[in-house]
Design a protein. Structure first.
Length: 385
């Protein structure tokens, strides 16, 4: 049994606690929060020791690993702090907001010889695994294009009056970023926490899935929309992507429309579409459940997949890596690459131009098909080779 400390006991921090315990691989022995009071009853029921100091928790010799469920800007320094204390670490998504910061954190873990993991639990969806099986088997032929949208207005509804709180003022979260409130904090609408808007909260899931399925992204173009929020923040984003493999993709995300979750992949021999539930509680279990496949011969098949518990499966994969039973399925290169893509999106939003995604120092990112030259897109920057 691996002893775990969870940093942050907001709504999703509590899910980390409960799913880590349910995995049968972790014992949650400590939690770090901003204020003890609101978390006291919850922690006592699970025999979890509370503190307000991350350093104190990391000094506890019982702690083997740390789970970080804190604001985005704090992930990197907290990952480094945990690694330097010799603790394996799982950080929620986005792992970092820039490639350089992600490299620093991953390198710190490598130097310390500890496992680094990330909250990209969508990789463990049965529907995603089925799509990957189809791609690996060549069932769709040459992959041409992919599209995805992940949107909902639930975060705005949950925040309500909290939007009036000045983001980052310290009223919404403490200096260490931990929270004891089981509701979404106003920090999520702080531009410094989410410079790519809804992509940092929702669209990043689909970006990571595309990296998992298709390999390295080499070029992005971002188009923002601000139609409902009366703040310096875009409520919707549309992102065009080009991959080293030569294919293209689109990812859309909005925080100002009811729940929508879908993904479609087009190949020369057919297409596959995955859709998610309309019910929010079911969405929390799995955002993609139904997979439909259309073949070039006109065949059509639809399958429904169980939701499972992708967060728990991620914890089990984390445990397998800690116990050296299997490599963690998200490589260091992929962990770094997604922040590199987010950084390029940030630059594209600022410049209004297509932006090249720098190739990270970590080289584990692979492609589902041989690399092809990247074609020039009229009206954008020069071709990226």
């Amino acid at each position: 049994m691996i002893n775990l400390a969870v940093v942050g006991l907001g709504k999703f921090g509590r899910r980390h606690v409960d799913t880590a315990i349910a995995s049968g691989r972790f014992r949650v022995v400590r939690a770090v929060v901003r204020t003890i009071g609101p978390a006291r009853e919850y922690a006592a029921a699970r025999d979890i020791r509370l503190s307000t100091d991350l350093a104190e928790a990391l000094e506890d010799p019982r702690v083997d690993a740390v789970s970080l469920v804190t604001p985005h800007r704090l992930h990197v320094p907290q990952v480094i702090q945990a690694a330097e204390a010799g603790k394996h670490v799982l950080a929620e998504k986005p792992f970092a907001l820039t490639a350089a910061d992600a490299e620093k954190a991953v390198s710190a873990c490598a130097r310390a010889g500890v496992v680094v993991a990330v909250g990209h639990d969508n990789r463990f969806y049965p529907a995603i695994r089925e799509i990957k099986r189809l791609l690996d088997a060549g069932a769709l032929g040459t992959i041409i294009h992919a599209e995805a949208n992940l949107s909902h207005d639930l975060m705005l509804k949950a925040i309500g009056k909290a939007l009036a709180v000045t983001a980052g003022s310290g009223e919404a979260y403490g200096a260490d970023g931990t929270s004891t409130q089981p509701t979404t904090g106003a920090w999520r609408f702080d531009p410094s926490e989410a410079p790519v808007g809804s992509m940092a909260h929702l669209g990043v899931h689909r970006i990571d899935t595309f990296v998992q399925l298709f390999g390295r992204i080499v070029q992005v173009f971002a188009l923002p929309g601000r139609n409902t929020l009366k703040a310096a923040w875009d409520d919707s984003l549309s992102i065009l992507l080009r991959f080293a493999a030569g294919m293209t993709a689109y990812v859309g995300s909005s925080l100002a429309t009811p729940l929508n979750s879908r993904m479609q992949i087009f190949g020369s021999e057919g297409w596959v579409e995955a859709t998610g539930p309309r019910d929010y509680q079911e969405y929390l279990r799995s955002s993609l459940r139904t997979v439909s496949v259309r073949g070039a011969d006109g065949s059509f098949e639809t399958r429904e997949f169980d939701a499972g518990d992708s967060v728990m499966l991620n914890f089990r994969a984390f445990a397998d890596a800690i116990e050296q039973k299997a490599p963690y399925p998200v490589t260091a290169g992929e962990i770094v690459h997604v922040p590199a893509v987010l950084e390029a999106i940030t630059e594209s939003l600022a410049s209004g131009r297509a932006v090249a995604v720098p190739e990270p120092l970590q080289r584990e990112v692979t492609s589902v098909q041989p690399d092809k030259p990247v074609l020039e897109v009229p009206g954008t920057q020069e071709a990226i080779s």
